[in-house]
Design a protein around this ligand. Structure first.
Ligand code: COA
Length: 181
């Protein structure tokens, strides 16, 4: 990556890094005493938004959450720690990576339990999309994530186009069936 092309206002990944720790309470669990997937997704969304807010310094909305792998269950009483940072900023959108660990409070064992990528879009006070600063990756890992984020964006765009085509085809078929009846 040519850092010369970056705007002087570009922000570092470190300036976006965010962290949140929660204790898993009975209300957060299913019958087996495992943290509910939806509750974990909520924590992921919030922690991802923190990094996006730090980058954009503006309102942000969640535009997309990529698939999440729940690698292993999180148990009642565990401490869940989530860490996020911006992987890449585009025009008004940012890809944020969130990684989640669970800590058994009795044994101290810590395990990676989930990871996710989310896209946030910056908005002004009137709800119009807002341009965000560029991101400046500094370490080899940050450069790798920066480059991978572009590939994931291209994949998301292809998927969105495919879904739109699918919806148009269904609408056209429905209209044709309506005309026939
Ligand atoms: C996300 C949203 C603002 C995009 O609006 P839009 O009219 O499609 O805006 P644009 O076409 O100008 O796209 C703006 C950016 O969003 C990105 N985007 C839009 N839809 C997206 C999607 N489904 N996945 C990933 N990125 C998306 C575009 O790629 C673009 O990025 P860029 O500016 O960096 O190139 C709009 O769909 C929205 O408000 N969605 C609801 C958000 C919400 O309520 N979230 C939950 C609560 S926070």
């Amino acid at each position: 990556m040519d850092s010369q092309q970056l705007h002087p206002m570009a922000r570092t990944v470190a300036s976006t890094q965010s962290e949140k720790t929660e204790i898993v309470l009975p209300n957060d669990t299913n019958m087996l005493g495992h943290l509910l997937g939806g509750r974990l997704m909520h924590f992921i969304d919030l922690t991802g938004a923190m990094a996006a807010y730090r980058h954009a310094r503006a309102n942000v909305v969640t535009a997309a959450m990529d698939h999440i792998d729940f690698i292993r269950p999180v148990h009642l009483g565990d401490l869940v720690t989530l860490k996020s940072s911006v992987n890449r900023a585009f025009t008004s959108s940012m890809e944020v990576g969130v990684k989640v660990w669970a800590e058994n409070t009795r044994t101290g064992e810590v395990a990676h339990v989930a990871s996710a990528y989310l896209v946030f879009v910056a908005m002004d006070e009137k709800g119009r999309v807002l341009k965000v600063p560029q991101l400046k990756p500094e370490t080899p890992d940050e450069v790798r994530r920066y480059e991978d984020a572009l590939r994931r964006r291209e994949h998301r765009e292809r998927e969105r186009a495919r879904r739109t085509q699918g919806k148009l085809a269904v609408a056209a078929l429905a209209a044709e069936l309506e005309n026939r009846s």
